[in-house]
Design a protein around this ligand. Structure first.
Ligand code: GLU
Length: 302
């Protein structure tokens, strides 16, 4: 395996928007700068949320923007035996257990409702046996009371007590779908990913993923979480919030804007350049340190 394998892992829930473009550009440049490989993985497990045609549209957008990936694109929907095998291992070693509690059950038992975006902490009611065995069962990871710590290449040292924050979390949902946390860990390992570069909106998931890696005896990749693009109201750009698709009639300019957002200081005269010219400039100049100092500063205006 080469010493650097990175990836971009979009979910096909809409067209490629500026926020996902930023994550794609950062992971691609980091891989290219290191002389590594870069893969695309389509995270299409959550079929109910999938928007028909968007997986192909995302790939076409990446092509028009001049991204170049190694190996054929992996689709999570075709890999469920891998996730099942990992789940079976966790169940066999009692690191995971079936749970019959619904979100409403957990919410009812909490004195305050969670703030926006905050997750419910599961109190572990089904740890010994499911409370309502006749209901459909989810599978949860039995989270030990240990702190997970790692050094993010941008965000610095991160320490999280997963047990205190989210408790035993779901790795297979009650509707039978494998949870993102499990699939991403299995795939990052199966694909030999050494470096994960993605949006800071996923930073809160990383300690759970590291815990799963430890439970499954898998190595932990390097992580770098880049700042997340927001709209003028400070709301994260997302497909669900209706963010506009990247304008493919001006691919070079969209890449230039992404480089500006990532504080790479792209020269003004490259603003109308072709993608290939921008990629050459950006690979040569790629650095993560401008992002360290920019963590609390507002993103540059476009
Ligand atoms: N599929 C996830 C998303 O689109 C990204 C997963 C990851 O990079 O780990 O938000």
């Amino acid at each position: 395996m080469p010493s650097y394998r990175g990836r971009f892992a979009p979910s096909p829930t809409g067209l490629l928007h500026f926020g996902s473009l930023v994550a794609a550009v950062a992971s691609y440049l980091d891989a290219r700068r290191a002389g590594g490989e870069w893969l695309i993985r389509m995270e299409d497990l959550d079929r109910p949320r999938e928007v028909a045609g968007s997986a192909d549209a995302i790939v076409q957008s990446l092509e028009s923007l001049g991204f170049d990936w190694t190996e054929s694109i992996v689709r999570q929907s075709e890999r469920t035996e891998l996730y099942q095998a990992a789940l079976d291992r966790l169940l066999a070693t009692d690191l995971a257990y079936p749970c019959s509690c619904s979100r409403a059950d957990i919410q009812q038992a909490q004195s305050t409702s969670p703030a926006d975006g905050e997750e419910l902490r599961y109190p572990g009611w089904c740890r010994v046996e499911p409370r309502f065995p006749d209901r459909p069962l989810a599978i949860r990871l039995r989270v030990p009371p240990t702190e997970i710590a790692f050094d993010d290449r941008i965000q610095g040292r991160i320490r999280v007590d997963v047990a205190a924050e989210v408790g035993d979390f779901v790795i297979r949902r009650r509707d039978g779908l494998f949870a993102y946390q499990l699939a991403v860990v299995v795939d990052d390992h199966a694909q030999g990913i050494t470096h994960v570069v993605r949006g800071a909106d996923l930073l809160h998931s990383t300690p759970r993923q590291i815990l799963l890696q430890q439970c499954l005896g898998l190595p932990t990749p390097e992580y770098a979480h880049v700042p997340v693009a927001t709209d003028l109201n400070g709301i994260k750009l997302s497909k669900s919030a209706g963010a506009a698709a990247v304008d493919l009639t001006r691919p070079g300019e969209e890449l230039w804007r992404a480089l500006l957002f990532l504080r790479q200081s792209p020269p003004q005269d490259l603003r109308r350049a072709e993608p290939a010219t921008l990629w050459n400039w950006a690979t040569e100049h790629w650095r993560l340190d401008p992002l360290h100092s920019g963590l609390s500063a507002p993103a540059p205006s476009m």
